[in-house]
Design a protein around this ligand. Structure first.
Ligand SMILES: [Cu+2]
Length: 120
């Protein structure tokens, strides 16, 4: 039915030109941009945590990103937080609510150590 097809095509065309450009742009940006880390970040690179010591205020979420080709974990000495084995580019986030010093290491490479200091 050519008439129905034409109407349908016209409706689709009107929908496209009626859609405000910012809707199309923002949808594209949202699809393309990776989820931004909202708090401080720690890189895991060259079998080390960088920065090795980080000082944050209570309530801060820290995100670790594995920039190595090898898997790593983020494991608290007191087991208060513990990531799974993280592959390349995997992230792990933890929100620190208690004040104190939290030493951690990589359970796969225990010589890799870091520390989170939480103080207000
Ligand atoms: Cu490791």
């Amino acid at each position: 039915m050519p008439f129905v097809k034409a109407v349908y095509r016209r409706a689709l065309f009107l929908l496209l030109i009626a859609t405000p450009p910012f809707v199309l742009i923002s949808a594209k940006v949202m699809a393309a941009a990776p989820t931004p880390a909202r708090g401080p970040t720690v890189a895991i690179k060259g079998f080390a945590f960088a920065p090795q010591v980080i000082v944050v205020k209570p309530g801060t979420t820290i995100t670790w990103t594995n920039a190595d080709e090898d898997p790593h974990t983020v494991t608290a000495n007191d087991k208060s937080f513990h990531s799974a084995a993280m592959d390349s580019d995997d992230t792990f986030s933890f929100t620190f609510t208690r004040q104190g010093e939290f030493a951690y290491f990589c359970s796969l490479h225990p010589h890799m150590t870091g520390k989170v200091i939480v103080k207000g």
